[in-house]
Design a protein around this ligand. Structure first.
Ligand SMILES: [Zn+2]
Length: 82
């Protein structure tokens, strides 16, 4: 955790506080899950904000995804219209 000040949410003006979140990203045709990512999260609408250094570290991790700590099965579903 850091003392970084995120400022208020640019969508709703709510207070943004830092939490550890799970980030799900598509990267080169794969889904990559990164846990315990420090992010600013809006207390009102849930919008997330990432510091530049955090984004860079996530990119570095995604490039070295062969070093993943574990693998999970991901269900894929299609939304059925009524
Ligand atoms: Zn917000």
């Amino acid at each position: 955790m850091s003392d970084y000040k995120y400022g208020d949410c640019s969508f709703c003006g709510g207070e943004v506080t830092e939490q550890l979140v799970t980030v799900v990203r598509f990267y080169k045709g794969r889904i990559i899950i990164i846990e315990n990512v420090p992010a600013g999260v809006c207390r009102q609408c849930g919008e997330r904000y990432y510091r530049g250094a955090v984004v860079e570290e996530m990119e570095r991790l995604m490039e070295s995804s062969s070093k993943a700590t574990r693998q999970v099965m991901v269900p894929v579903m299609e939304f059925a219209t009524c």
